[in-house]
Design a binder for this molecule. Structure first.
Ligand SMILES: NC(=O)c1ccc[n+]([C@@H]2O[C@H](COP(=O)([O-])OP(=O)(O)OC[C@H]3O[C@@H](n4cnc5c(N)ncnc54)[C@H](OP(=O)(O)O)[C@@H]3O)[C@@H](O)[C@H]2O)c1
Length: 242
């Protein structure tokens, strides 16, 4: 097969959908992963010639392994893995439940570990690959009411730096894209006061778009990014990140 293959998780909507469409414009065949939104995943696939959809609940280890296998069996290779699927449960630490923290870690962090592990075997055999993990500005800054989510996203940064070192000698590059506040279902669900407070912290005075995040994912998947690994590209309209 001539064309390179990109697997994008959580591509049924939001940032993942924009990543799938951007990578398709760059010439990739795209494996569109979704969990529950089958109709939306079909719509995304209809906009991308040659793409296929794959269902999996990535909070389960076996589902991550199966997804990697199904994509490899379908397309023959995986050149780019975009670990985008994610969720948030916002709660003050005092009221946060251990079961909610487990859920966030399973979906946001352990899925990235399990899928990266499975796909790395395929990429090692190919002697090339790009892994792009969606972290978040709040993994750097922290945010009131988001301790569980911020912990999961901060961990992704350390994980990515470590796998960049593990996999460099096999021609595999691993980086993070850290969005600020982007207009998707995830931010639409925030209360109006929280949205107003966020706006006050963004020097560019607007939310970002999924397409603006996808442009960074495309860049990190391109030849132009061949000397970048273990890095984080911040896409946040100038929000403070240290
Ligand atoms: N939006 C932002 O402002 C923002 C900021 C920083 C970082 N991010 C990160 O960027 C990524 C995408 O965010 P988004 O705003 O586009 O999110 P979104 O619109 O809420 O979409 C989330 C995606 O993740 C999938 N997903 C959720 N739980 C899953 C599970 N257990 N197994 C497999 N897939 C699951 C969903 O699949 P189904 O819909 O098919 O169920 C959906 O495609 C996330 O990692 C998020 O943390 C977003």
């Amino acid at each position: 097969m001539d064309k390179k293959v990109a697997l994008v998780t959580g591509a049924s909507r939001g940032i993942g959908k924009a990543c799938a469409q951007a990578l398709a414009r760059e010439g990739f065949l795209v494996a569109i992963h979704y969990r529950s939104q089958e109709a939306q995943a079909h719509e995304v696939a209809a906009s991308i010639p040659g793409s296929k959809i794959f269902q999996a609940d990535l909070s389960q280890e076996e589902s991550c392994k199966d997804l990697a296998k199904q994509v490899k069996d379908t397309f023959g290779r995986i050149d780019v893995l975009v670990n985008n699927a994610g969720m948030s449960i916002d709660q003050l630490i005092t009221f946060a439940k251990p079961s909610e923290f487990d859920q966030i870690l399973d979906v946001n962090l352990k899925s990235v570990f399990n899928l990266t592990k499975a796909v790395s075997r395929i990429m090692i055999k190919q002697k090339s690959g790009r892994i792009i993990n969606l972290s978040s500005v709040v993994g750097y800054t922290g945010n009131a009411g988001q301790s569980m989510y911020a912990a999961s996203k901060g961990a992704i940064t350390a994980f990515t730096k470590s796998i960049a070192a593990d996999l460099a000698s096999f021609g595999i590059l691993a980086n993070c894209v850290a969005p600020g506040f982007i207009k998707t279902d995830m931010t639409d669900s925030l209360p109006a006061e929280a949205q107003t407070a966020i706006m006050g912290k963004i020097p560019l005075q607007r939310l970002g778009t999924p397409e603006e995040v996808a442009a960074c994912v495309s860049f990190l998947s391109s030849e132009g990014a061949a000397y970048i690994t273990g890095s984080t590209l911040h896409v946040n309209g100038g929000m403070y990140t240290n």
